[in-house]
Design a protein around this ligand. Structure first.
Ligand code: GLN
Length: 473
């Protein structure tokens, strides 16, 4: 099984064809159907790509990702292929164009192997909100893989592709990465174009990679990042060479005290984080506990603002323009109402209603405006921390993966994102990578956040920590 791009490259160097690498992944997907990670395998277009890439390798003009086999979360557009956001409302819909991030990978000869299950419209923390059934955690199939990019996380953990793309609005890359023992990275807001990503909450959404190494996450990010004429929020800031992993000298790291003191953190996760802190100190880094007493405000502010944006973004799914249309509806208004009632699942409806409510005339100031003010305070206070520190360190999640069907109350589910929503509210880059295995056999990760557009420093430092974690394991 080829888990990293370095392994793929070694295989190619010793004469393996890209077609046979692809065949191995296709066979593994077949063997692992019970995980429900893939909604569709793009076998024929992937084979067409493999033929071309093998030819290019022979001619010595292959791109930087030749042989990298990538799965796409089912909210990323790939021309001529279906995309559904794991929702019935997009039934039968095919992408008319390829999103920028995906196109940049293809331009470097990556192979797109299929689309991956997720929570409907990326709303969820367990991948139980998909219209196509839950995804299972590859390490223990009684457990959830996390969400919303659960299919992407599981596919990478189970070796069904070399890497996968996900989207992260409040933790949907980092939380499932932590639950599945993979690396998950959310870039700075604006670092990667959102063109071709089905919008959930546009001022939070970012595309990012799932991989089995920090090296691969840096490589994919370097290729996807940068300015894009199709997304005005994509930054014009130059893209550094993330794959150089320059990381000189001791660093200053802030640990958010409240995260480790918060109720509900698993004692083994807490102990593992404290061990990492000790290791960092021994390696000559400065680690200090800082107080950031806003933890209780983050999840509420996140849900006010993201539901508001979602209620607007999802208004385009009306049974007329796209996908599913109710068969029993008569007239325009009834077509809208019935198509949306039948096409959206319960969590998506809950959020559209909550978002419509917080934006409604009488409540706008009490909820939406207040949410924006909280967001600004969080941004300012986070900037203040980064005046004195290079990185912020927290656990990625309070617990390891939980059982399917175990978290029934929506608020408890929302609290799964307690450590991850911070970076989306403030737009900072953040990575999760595995640091240990719980006594219950499940992996868990650690999260590092960096100042805006400091991805290069973040990858460099994370890789240093990853190397230590590997050698000490
Ligand atoms: N779990 C969060 C939510 O349900 C985050 C989702 C995401 O990042 N897409 O909104």
């Amino acid at each position: 099984m080829l888990r990293t791009y370095a392994e793929v490259q070694n295989a190619i160097a010793s004469g393996t064809t890209v077609m046979s690498i692809l065949d191995d992944y296709l066979a593994r997907i077949q063997e692992n159907q019970h995980l429900n990670a893939f909604l569709e395998v793009f076998e024929s277009s992937a084979r067409d790509q493999a033929i071309k890439v093998d030819e290019k390798i022979k001619n010595g003009n292959a791109g930087r990702l030749a042989g990298m086999v990538i799965g796409l979360k089912d909210n990323l557009c790939y021309e001529g292929h279906k995309v559904s956001a794991a929702s019935k409302i997009l039934e039968g819909f095919e992408s008319l164009y390829t999103g920028t991030a995906v196109q940049r990978l293809i331009d470097e000869d990556a192979i797109i192997i299929g689309r991956l299950n997720c929570d409907e419209f990326a709303m969820g923390s367990s991948n139980e909100n998909s219209a196509f059934g839950p995804v299972r955690n590859a390490i223990n199939t009684d457990k959830v893989p996390g969400g919303s990019s659960g299919g992407s996380a599981t596919a990478v953990a189970a070796g069904l592709c070399t890497a996968a793309l996900g989207s992260d609005t409040g933790g949907s890359i980092r939380q499932p990465a932590s639950f599945t023992g993979t690396v998950g990275f959310k870039p700075s807001y604006g670092r990667i174009s959102r063109y071709g990503l089905i919008a959930y909450a546009s001022s939070f959404d970012q595309i990012g990679p799932f991989t089995n190494s920090i090296e691969d996450a840096a490589l994919l990010t370097e290729i996807m990042a940068g300015q894009d004429d199709f997304d005005a929020t994509a930054s014009t800031e130059t893209v550094d060479d993330y794959t150089s992993f320059d990381n000189s000298g001791p660093k200053k790291i802030a640990v958010i005290k409240e995260c480790l003191e918060s109720e509900g953190i698993d004692p083994e996760i807490k102990a593992a984080i404290e061990q990492q802190i000790e290791n960092l100190k021994q390696d000559g880094h400065t680690v200090e506990y800082v107080s950031f007493p806003y933890l209780d405000y983050m999840v509420p502010a996140y849900y006010v603002l993201t539901t508001a944006e979602a209620s607007s973004n999802l208004s385009r799914f009306d049974g007329v323009h796209y996908g599913y249309r109710s068969e029993v509806a008569k007239g325009v208004e009834e077509t809208y109402k019935k198509s949306r009632s039948e096409g959206f699942g319960p969590e998506v409806k809950r959020r559209i209603m909550a978002g419509t409510f917080v934006l409604s005339a009488g409540y706008y100031d009490a909820y939406y405006t207040k949410g924006q003010k909280v967001r600004r305070v969080l941004q300012d206070k986070t900037e203040e921390i980064f005046k004195n520190f290079d990185f912020v360190l927290t656990p990625t999640t309070p617990t390891a993966a939980f059982d399917l069907d175990a978290v029934k109350d929506p608020i408890s589910m929302y609290l799964q994102d307690i450590y991850t929503v911070h970076a989306n509210l403030t737009g900072n880059p953040a990575i999760s990578f595995p640091i240990g295995t719980h006594s219950n056999g499940l992996p868990f990760g650690i999260q590092l956040m960096a100042p805006h557009f400091e991805e290069k420093a973040l990858f460099g430092f994370a890789r240093e920590m990853e190397n230590k974690a590997v050698t000490s394991a």
